[in-house]
Design a protein around this ligand. Sequence first.
Ligand SMILES: [Fe+2]
Ligand SMILES: [Fe+2]
Length: 462
Amino acid sequence: MDRRQMESAIAGVVRCLGASLKNRGLYPATHPLVRTPVEKCRMELAPFFVDRSELALTVSDGTLVLEGVPIFQLTSSLELFMARLGAIGLPAVIFERGVSVEDIELFVRFLHETKEQGLPIPEIKARLARWGITHIRVTATEDEEKDDFTLAREIYGNALNVVVRALKDVRNGKTPDGAESDRAVREMSGMVSRNRDAMLALTLIKNFDEYTYNHSVNVSVLSLAVAETLGLAETERIGIGVAGLLHDVGKTQLALDLIRKPGTLTVEEFEEIKKHPEEGFAILGKMTHIQESTRSVVREHHMRFDRTGYPRPEPEYRMNPHSYVIAVADCYDALTTMRSYQKARTPQQALEIMRKLAGKSLDPDLVELLERSLGVYPVGTMVRLSTMEVGVVTGTPDGGKGEPKVAILFDRSGNPLAVPQGVDLKEPDPSSGRPRRMILGTVNPLMHPPVSMSGVLQTVTA
Ligand SMILES: [Fe+2]
Ligand SMILES: [Fe+2]
């Protein structure tokens, strides 16, 4: 494409965006006059990505600039588009290769529905993430990944507060605010779509004292990742995420020392524990913004795939298949967490145990799907490299199919590095031309001094 072709193609893209934006104000979202320009826009963008991975449109002094060169082919729809960008405070729009019709549609909806003026950039980013817009950005690449981790941490922290409040409310005899849980899960769901690694990395934070809270958020995040891999619709994904967040809310009705009791329970104690799914079902029934299926899932999360769990289902009782998603996420998070009576397993060990439970207590398809969602070496796995260095997986590109990103924590003699060092596993050894470092296998994290996973991720992505 030469410059002139590019300019007219980009004018075409913006015209489509403008047309869809204009028609959104006049017709319902599903109307062809809203939808067709979005599809056309996606088509017009395609040729750009033949030889580039992104296309940046910036706004400077009220003029649209394509890679440094202003575009003056103004039309009324282009003006409208520019005016919306300017009003919201967007400095640039960057389309990435892989941008989908859904991304564009959501972005147009964002431009249409955002009424505030001059929003700060982090807030715009947070909103795009919440909406699940994945291949359209508003600033340059450099700080994007760091921002995703920062954003993910904020979103995780917010969900944690929501759980703490909800459980406290129940203990005080109050009904928790369902809208809060719904909002927190929507944010996490958006972040899982946008940067799954950033969100999943946080599930490795296992706070022993606050086990129930972190566990609730982790189960929610893991279920959202599975729900997304399953390709479920948004409402269903949110329903599953909320079920994950509140699955153990019924435990608030139990005595605290029973929940925290290490080791084996007596028969009577276990009978008490068995009540929490029904208690949860009752609590969710009083809350607003809770889908009916979310309630059922909370009641069913211990029934097990082979129906041998509790409360024991009657033969004709039909279980919600989403309950199996929560069960898988619940099991994975419990296995990878250190408890007073159990050491934490590595992700690989946990998945190995779960493979044995597949078809019995767990849905075999979902166990496989979880493995696929997490990749061969899930984020946070400690690995030994062919150089005998020990590192941690910090990213799993292409949904786990790509070469993992690794940060070295210990040198070949086992001495910790002052600062973790991110390495590229594809980097060749100059003498042989073969990759310098390969993953030999996983390492038991307990063999090494404890490392703060969030600290590692922060250093590597900063
Ligand atoms: Fe439970
Ligand atoms: Fe649980």
